[in-house]
Design a protein around this ligand. Structure first.
Ligand code: NAD
Ligand code: IPM
Ligand code: MG
Length: 351
């Protein structure tokens, strides 16, 4: 198993260290190689995605990423910002399918922002398109108009084939779950997503057993906190998926619980928690490593076809939670508050 390990910035190295502890405890044949990305890439090579890092990622079966981003926002040129390294590696590896499962562990029902009866049993798969949309559309930039005023431009765009391929991913996942797909768009005002809806309807014809519904993104944001269990698979574009997945994470207790898989057409993937580098808590050994540990489970499941070990990790996380271990973000009264590294130890012991 050739895995590129890219810890990145902020809490990235702390949470990746815990995920590696768990992965190594499985006694698999691993070939792990580490490289810098994001601010760490910029510091090392003057580039948020150094060529050597991209090469390593391309030559590996899978990538494990911590997080990128930091405080250098205003001081770096736009193309050198840590986040650009992340967008480039997703594009270069053609990781168009981002799976973000929002799954509530029963043990965390009282850590959710919603009442236990509204969230218990919650299990949503958000399928986010990851290499298109307003993130990559041209033209983009900030320019000065003839009257001296500045103008910022981004372009929302999707081609039919980009929509179709993510549609197939979502419907295939739905076939293995409850055969329900909700496509989230803003087709009432945005042509890009009007096309999105048309193509989703076409894709749905190839999956007669799956029920397709459509929802505008503003309503979806509201429904997620009103009655989230109405959703099973949600499929949406890059920007809406980014926002809705952070929202959904709180239903599961914390953004620190939401793993992700970013896959290409052959299930080669990059695995990372959905959250960022959390500069406010970096270096303190208090971040929640479970999203990263659960991302390793997704790596075993999707890239290495090792369902047994994926489930072992998920069960170890469940056991650790039932033993009462909690990092600060998911802590509730009566539980054992632990550090990031202690949580990693606890999951490893539970394996
Ligand atoms: N995939 C990525 O690498 C990624 C994702 C999101 C944001 N970012 C970048 O991260 C930087 C910070 O962004 P932000 O503050 O908007 O989002 P963030 O996700 O880093 O943090 C948001 C809040 O959630 C908390 N948080 C995040 N992860 C946590 C964890 N594992 N355990 C406990 N608490 C956690 C943070 O402390 C913070 O209060 C920015 O540079 C942003 O661009 C990177
Ligand atoms: C850091 C940023 C570019 C990234 C995104 O918007 O995709 C992040 O928010 C995420 O969710 O992975
Ligand atoms: Mg995000």
């Amino acid at each position: 198993m050739k895995i590129a390990v890219l810890p990145g910035d902020g809490i990235g190295p702390e949470i990746v260290a815990q995920a590696l502890k768990v992965l190594k405890a499985l006694n698999l044949k691993l070939d792990l190689k580490e490289a810098p990305i994001g601010g760490a890439g910029y510091d090392a090579e003057g580039d948020p995605l150094p060529d050597s890092t991209l090469k390593l990622a391309q030559e590996s079966d899978a990538v494990l990423l911590g997080a990128v981003g930091g405080w250098q926002y205003d001081t770096l040129p736009r193309d050198k910002r840590p986040e650009r390294g992340l967008l480039r590696i997703r594009k270069e590896l053609n990781l168009f399918a981002n799976l973000r499962p929002a799954l509530l562990y029963d043990e965390l029902a009282d850590a959710s922002t919603l009442k236990p009866e509204v969230v218990s049993g919650l299990d949503i798969m958000i399928v986010r398109e990851l290499t298109g949309d307003i993130y990559f559309g041209q033209p983009r930039g900030i320019s000065t108009l003839p009257n001296g005023e500045r103008e910022g431009i981004n372009t929302m765009r999707y081609t039919e084939s980009e929509i179709r391929r993510i549609g197939h991913v979502a419907f295939n996942i739905a076939m293995k779950r409850n055969k329900k797909v909700c496509s989230v768009d803003k087709a009432n005002v945005l042509e890009t997503t009007e096309l999105w809806r048309q193509v989703m309807i076409e894709v749905a014809k190839e999956y007669p057993e799956v029920e397709l519904s459509h929802m505008y993104v503003d309503n979806a944001a509201m429904q997620l906190v009103r009655a989230p269990k109405q959703f099973d698979v949600m499929v949406t574009g890059n920007i809406f998926g980014d926002i809705l997945s952070d929202e959904a994470s709180m239903l599961t207790g914390s953004i620190g619980m939401l793993p992700s898989a970013s896959l290409d057409a052959n299930n080669k993937g990059m695995y990372e928690p959905s959250h960022g580098s959390a500069p406010d808590i970096a270096g303190k050994d208090i971040a929640n490593p479970l999203a990263t540990i659960l991302s390793v489970a997704m790596m075993l499941r999707y890239t290495f076809n090792d369902e047994a070990n994926a489930v072992r990790i998920e069960n170890a996380v469940k056991k650790t939670l039932s033993q009462g271990y909690r990092t600060g973000d998911i802590y509730t009264e009566g539980c054992k508050r632990v550090k990031c590294s202690e949580m990693g130890d606890a999951v490893t012991a539970a394996l």
